[in-house]
Ligand binder design. Sequence first.
Ligand code: MAN
Length: 559
Amino acid sequence: MRGIEALVLLSTLSSSVLAAESSRPRGVGPEFAKFYKAADSFTCISNPSIKLDFSRVNDDYCDCPDGSDEPGTAACTYLSALSPPQPVVGAPNTTLALPGFYCKNKGHIPNYISHTYVNDGVCDYDVCCDGSDEWAGVGGVKCEDKCKEIGKEWRRLDEIRQKSARSALKKKTELVNEAQALRAGVELRISSLQVEIKEQEKKVEDLKKKYEEVERSERGKVVKSQGKGSKVTVLAGLAKQRVEELRDALIGLVNKRDELRRTVKELETILSTFKEEYNPNFNDEGVKRAVKSWEDYAAKKDAAAEIDESAEDRDIEEISKPDSETEGINWAEWETEEESDVEALYKFEEYLPASLRDWVHQKLTDLRIMLIENGILADNANSGSESKVVSNARTAYQTLNDDLGIKQSTVGDLTNDLEKDYGPDDIFRALKDTCVSKDSGEYEYELCWLDKTSQKSKRGSGSTGMGNFVRFDKLYVDEEIDAEGKGLGTGERTVLMYENGQHCWNGPNRQTTVVLACAEKDEIWKVVEQEKCMYRMDVGTPAVCENGQRKADSKKDEL
Ligand code: MAN
C-alpha cells in the first residue's frame, strides 16, 4: 500500500462506520463471521494470544501476524505471497488467516480477491463484479456494480458449459460401456478358444498316435518292387502302347490317302474338261499327245474301277477304332496289379488263425524294424518316396497341430491384453487404434490412443515418430481454459507417456507427454516442443471426464 493512499484510507476509516455498515466487518466472508462477533475486542485468528480493541479491525494498520485484523484493507498484504517481499523485522513466520477480501457479488457468485488488489485503483470485475474491492475510491476510481450483467452472461455461458459437460459425461459413459463390451468379447473369445483347445488337444494326440503307428507299420513293410505285377502284366502294358502307336500311324496314312484321292480327282476333272474343250483343228502335236495320254489313262482307270475297295476301307476303319469301342483286346484284363513274389510270401499270415495273426504280424514288424535299425535291411522311410498313407497321416496331424498352436498363442495374447492397463474403467480400450490429428505450424501432428504419436511435415518430408505409448501417469497443471472450454485448467491431470520415438539428431529419442482434460470430443488442443524433441500435447477427451467435475474458469476464479 502506497503512503498517500494509506493516509487517505486512514482518514475515511472509523470503527463505528464499519460496525454500522454490516453485521460483519468489510471483507469478511460468512464462514469467518464468528471471529468478528464480539463487539468490544478482537482476537487474532491464528494467534489467540493477541487481543485487540475492536476499533483496530480494518483501521488500515496491520496488527495480527496472520492479517486477520485487516479483512477489508490491503494493510497486511506484505504477508501475502503476492506482495513484494518485505519481512517486518522480528515478525513471526505466519500465513494469512483469510483467503482474501470477500466480495459479496450480489446477483452473481461471491468470491475472494487477494488483499493486494483491494483499493489499488483498478476495478477487478473478473473477480469482484460488484466493485467492492475499490470501496475507498483511490485516485477517484469508482467501480460501479456490474454483477447483474456479468452474472447474466456468466449464467448463459455456464449453461453452455453444463450442457457440454453433460454431453461429455454421456460420451464417457458410452465409452465405458463400449470398453466393457470389448472386454467381455475378449473374455468370451478366450473361453470358447479354451474349449476348442481342449477338444483339439485330444484330436491332435490321436492323430499323432495314428501317424506314428502308420509310419511304424509302413517302415515294417517290405519294400515294394518299382514296377507293378508280373512279366505278363508288363508285356501287356508294352503291347498296348505299341498297338496304340501303330493305330495312330494307320489313321495318319488313311488321312493322307484321302487327301491324295481328292487331288487326283481334281486333276482328272481338269484333264477331262481339257479333252472336251480343246480345238483339234489346231495342228498342235503336243496337245494331241497329251489328249491321247489322257484317253489311255482314262481307259485303264475304268478297267481298275471294277476292283471294289470298299471292303478294305471298312477293315481299315474298324482297325482304327480304339479297343474299347470294338471287340478288340480287353487290356484291363491284363493290367491287374499283381503282388510281387516277395509280397506273396508275406501273405502267409492270412493262413494263420485270427488269434495268432496279430501277434505274428506285430512280431514280424518288430523284427523288420530291428533289422532296419541295425542296418541289415533298407529303410522304407529313407527310400526317398514316402508312402501316401504316411504323408496323409502326417499332414492331418501337422495341420491340426499347427492350428492348435495358433489357438494357444491367440489365447496367450488375449490374456495378456486383459491384464494390460487401459486406464480407469478400462476406458481406453474403447479408444485404442483410433487417432486424432492437428494442423500446427509447419507440421501435422497425430495422436493414436495407446499406440504412437507422430509429426508430419507439410513440406512433405514424411512422418516422424514422436514416441510409442508406454504408460499412464499424472501431472499437476495450472493452465487457462478458453471461452470454448478448451484447455487443461488447474489440477492433477491424466497423462499418457509416449517414448522411444525417432532419434533426434544431436539429441534424445523423441518423446511426447500427452496431457488430458475433459472435453466433449477427442481433440488435440495444443502441441509444444518444450525441449528439443520433447513434445507436450494438450488433448481433450470425454474419457477423462468426471462426475460433478467443474473446470476452473481461470486462475483468479479459484481464489
Ligand atoms: C525435426 C522436427 C523438430 C525437431 C528437429 C530436431 O525438424 O522433429 O520438431 O526439433 O527435427 O532436429
